[in-house]
Design a protein around this ligand. Sequence first.
Ligand code: SF4
Length: 382
Amino acid sequence: MNESNSTDLLLDISILYRSTQKYYDKMLQSLSLTYAQLPILILIYEHEGISLQQIAYEGGYDKGTITKQVQKLQETGYIRVQSSKRDKRAKELYTTQKARSIMNKIYGIRASWWQHISASIPEEDMQKFSTFYKTMVVSAREFAQKDQEDIVFFDHQKLNVEIDPGKMSTIVWTGGCNFRCPFCDRSQFIFLKEDSRVITGAKILQYLKKRQNVLDQLVITGGEPLMHAQLDPFLREAKKMGYQIRIEINGSYPQHLQDLIKAKLVDQVVMSLKNTPEKYGQSIGVDQTEIQKIQRSVDILLHCDLDVRFTILPIKEFHSQKDLIEMISWLKDAASIELRTYHESMESIQKDLHGYTYQELQSLLPKLQEITPNIKLKGGSL
Ligand code: SF4
């Protein structure tokens, strides 16, 4: 593992959480308490008469979790629940004598764990850390409560004139992909770092509005854009501004594709075909092939009236010449097929793969063109 992955806060928090849980569960076993119940018990002890709702808010719990843990605390005799004198429908929670008699021990367990994990950190740094993490908790709570409906992107190229010659395009990259193609050269959009640059859909729409009379086309690529249901309202806004929309997909979300076509939210679709049906799984790096979905997407695209382009990236480790012939035969009714050349990059998922060279593809081309003339070579990878 490499030490430079200093931004993996999620993993660090998870390690800290699980180690803390192990320690507390061991120390609390003799008291028939668990780590999950402890913060709730402490909250009740420090705020006798607190309500379920207040605990849920203070601890960031959902209602189901809090109800379950409170029930367990009640069953073990550590707390009692009574109706509020002010409002009979409201419940107030109190600790019992049994709980109060063990609180000193619990605080001792807590202090000893804190001392243990902070022993090598100077006091001044610990105070700063405490301020930082409290600020992060506030931000996390606020963010978790926000409406998460807006799509986010992880890169934006404001102007591109090469992706579709003759058109002024702007390109955005979505994050995440359900495939792990070994020859993928975009791992930065699949294994997203916590400090990845995030650009909201709203921000991109502002940009599109400003450039409305300059740009022709919005290109959505990824990752796999069709993983994101929030894409549709974003595209609707871009369409209202008159943009042509090109989307680059892996073909594993046929229903979403169909919906976009039906809603007229897309003008051009580029689908990368990874291999023959039998060998598809090997080329997408995940167990399940989901070949029916790929076949359905190919069918949809072969029978729609959009500008559709299929791309193939021939790699010697995955595609024999026979496989390439079979793939082209699968797409023989397509209006446009591009064979691309592979270039390894820092972001390639698997290193040391061997793509067919331009010359090799050129010499193979006449044979492939016997199947369909709509096939051409193009430099550049996916
Ligand atoms: S090549 Fe495309 S489909 Fe494959 S992992 Fe990369 S982004 Fe996903």
